[in-house]
Design a protein around this ligand. Structure first.
Ligand SMILES: *Cc1c(COP(=O)(O)O)cnc(C)c1O
Length: 370
């Protein structure tokens, strides 16, 4: 699905040198690279504060702790997303209040928000799924009206730009109270292991996020709140500093691949190409088709046999996962997400895809429908 080796080969001298410098310094924990990376990502994203942490799941958990969400509180979240978003809600004793997604952009459907709201609701977690932004204007208006906090799960959409109706632009993750992201190797900005970060514009929240990520302490051995141990390794920060310099180029290559797929599949009647959201650029973390006529699994098996990888993100919506049965949802509650789980298929998309490789993928998909 991605070619991390080819990507590494192209930046090998830069990355190897950065890693070697950390090895020479032996400042493996909280070395200077961590702070430098946070500053550079702050410059790049427009978030005033960037607080690195150990992974994207921790980032979500720390965000919810920093906002003071308490057991029994409810958090609105799309049911069509990666499990991490909902896992931390449940782990903190909160209750996920699911909403459906839009059938064409796969983003949270703002029309479902009102129904998900109760007197216990404290927050919303829009997920910028596959690489483009949720309708943030709709989410913010609803949050403001109902006094809710907004945490943007930006694990799949780092660098995507949202345009408000007044023309103002902002990057994914810098719009809500807190944005969270992941540097898992296959994410758009990936390191060589685990990593994550939180974004905010609010200095007090930034301080709380930093404190919670560091055992609830501002001063060593003086603990003001219950915290966690969640750090970005210096080695990973060194790698990320190099890769951040290439991120715009990486997003542009992903878009070229997506455009070629669009052109190739736009005319296939059984295939729906991904729709671009109106107010967002797309960084194509995933290129996801919808396969009509119940043929998705057959196509996936066919592709596998011909040597073309493909993936189903995600086969089961979260409200129907065994782990989340206790929250009382049933089949039929979120028909769009349930139907998408049967239709979606993501094709390889990455920064090093050459036209010959892509031609082979395109021809193989097309040959299935002949
Ligand atoms: C990858 C991902 C996460 C979790 O990131 P990790 O770094 O793997 O913990 C959270 N949310 C979404 C939508 C993701 O895709």
């Amino acid at each position: 699905m991605v070619d991390l080796r080819a990507q590494y080969e192209r930046i090998k001298p830069e990355v190897d040198q950065a890693i070697q410098e950390v090895l020479n310094s032996t400042a493996f924990i909280n070395g200077p690279e961590v702070k430098l990376f946070a500053e550079e990502l702050s410059q790049y994203s427009g978030a005033k504060f960037v607080i690195p942490c150990a992974n994207g799941t921790d980032a979500l958990q720390i965000a919810m702790m920093a906002l003071g969400f308490k057991p029994g509180d409810e958090v609105i979240v799309p049911t069509f997303t990666y499990v991490a978003t909902v896992e931390v809600i449940a782990l903190l004793g909160l209750k996920p209040s699911f909403v459906d997604v839009l059938p064409d952009t796969y983003e949270l459907d703002p029309k479902g928000l009102e129904k998900a709201l109760t007197s216990k609701t404290v927050g919303i977690v829009p997920v910028h799924l596959y690489g483009q932004c949720t309708d943030m204007e709709g989410v913010l208006a609803f949050a403001k009206k109902n006094n809710l906090k907004v945490i943007e799960d930006t694990a799949q959409a780092i660098g995507a730009v949202y345009t408000f109706s007044n023309g103002t632009k902002a990057q994914a993750g810098t719009i809500g109270d807190i944005g969270t992201t992941s540097f898992f190797p296959s994410k758009n900005l990936g390191c060589f292991g685990d990593g994550g970060a939180m974004f905010t514009q609010d200095p007090e929240l930034a301080e709380r996020l930093r404190m919670i990520a560091n055992h609830g302490q501002k001063k060593k051995y003086y603990h003001d709140s219950i915290g966690v141990n969640s750090r970005l390794d210096t080695l990973q920060a060194a790698v990320l500093r190099v890769k951040l310099r290439h991120l715009d180029k990486y997003s542009a290559s992903r878009n070229e691949v997506a455009d070629r797929y669009d052109e190739a599949f736009g005319t296939l009647s059984m295939v729906k190409i991904p729709k671009r959201a109106k107010n967002s650029t797309h960084v194509f973390h995933q290129y996801t088709l919808q396969i009509e006529g119940g043929k998705r699994d057959e196509l996936k098996a066919y592709l596998q046999e011909k040597g073309v990888p493909s993936m189903v993100y995600y086969p089961v919506p979260l409200h129907l996962q065994n782990a989340y049965r206790e929250f009382g949802y049933n089949e039929g509650d979120f028909p769009v997400a349930e139907s998408l789980c049967k239709k979606v298929l993501s094709l390889p998309i990455h920064t090093e895809m050459n036209p010959d490789e892509q031609e082979f993928i395109i021809d193989t998909v097309k040959s299935f429908f002949k």
